[in-house]
Design a protein around this ligand. Structure first.
Ligand code: PGA
Length: 247
């Protein structure tokens, strides 16, 4: 189902105490944001339990930033989808470009993570996006189309539970936002691909990459942009809430 949504990707930032403070501030300020907007925060694994407690009943959902590709067992350092879901976490970010780039996550691995997330009733926020070189070569749609294959192999029912985030790698953490037109064009392309496969493009598609209170309104005003996956600007409650109020 298509919804307005803003998700804060804290990445590897904040101590547990700082994270708790940030979560409490988002929970307290959430009442100033439309009830129709889904607000999600994605802290590091170590903070999940406390952040779920701090946001419960405040209309703020919690996401993990990753999950294991396997269900359980001898996978030192991994955290399973079941462990995450058992804390009351509702979402999981999968396929973020930093995971693809620095940890070698391929579509094959991501398909397994997707299956684990869905089997444990977590809503995947599945990230796609091209690098600067790929855009300059005019290959951005081909690259994103290929990344979308992981979704195109899902059942219609599972697809109905997925959120997509388009994050051009060249816009992440660089201060260089995609123009609202570039975001709209790619979102329309993604929605078209999903519609061709599933018969409807009724899926929440977020934009990510240097989105902030100054540019969110223009981005969210585009017909195929349903909200944002927010990195840097999600680390200050006031900025994150301002973005969430930008529909
Ligand atoms: P940014 O990060 O908003 O800091 O560019 C977005 C993301 O990587 O999710």
């Amino acid at each position: 189902m298509r919804k307005n949504m803003v998700a804060g990707n804290w990445k590897m930032n904040t101590t547990p105490a700082q994270g708790l403070e940030l979560a409490q501030a988002v929970a307290a300020g959430r009442k100033g944001v439309s009830k129709d907007t889904v607000v999600v925060v994605a802290p590091p694994f170590t903070h999940l339990s406390e952040v779920v407690k701090a946001t419960k009943g405040h209309g703020v959902a919690v996401a993990a930033q990753n999950c294991a590709a396997e269900a359980k067992g001898a996978y030192t350092g991994e955290v399973s989808a079941e462990m995450i879901a058992s804390l009351g976490v509702e979402y999981v970010i999968l396929g973020h470009s930093e995971r693809r780039q620095y940890y070698g996550e391929t579509s094959e691995v991501l398909a397994k993570k997707m299956a684990q997330a869905l089997a444990n009733r977590l809503t995947p926020i599945f990230c796609v996006g091209e690098s600067l070189g790929e855009r300059e070569d005019g290959r951005h749609e081909a690259v994103v189309g290929e990344q979308l294959e992981v979704l195109l192999s899902l059942s219609a029912e599972d697809f109905g539970r997925v959120v997509v985030a388009y994050e051009p790698v060249w816009a992440i953490g660089t201060g260089r936002t995609a123009t609202a037109e570039q975001a709209q064009d790619m979102h329309a392309f993604i929605r078209g691909r999903l519609k061709a496969k599933f018969g409807h493009g009724d899926c929440t598609i977020l934009y990510g990459g240097s989105a902030n209170p100054a540019n969110a309104h223009e981005l969210f005003g585009k017909p195929d942009v349903d909200g944002g996956l927010i990195g840097g600007a999600s680390l200050k409650a006031a900025d994150f809430l301002a973005v969430a109020g930008s529909f």
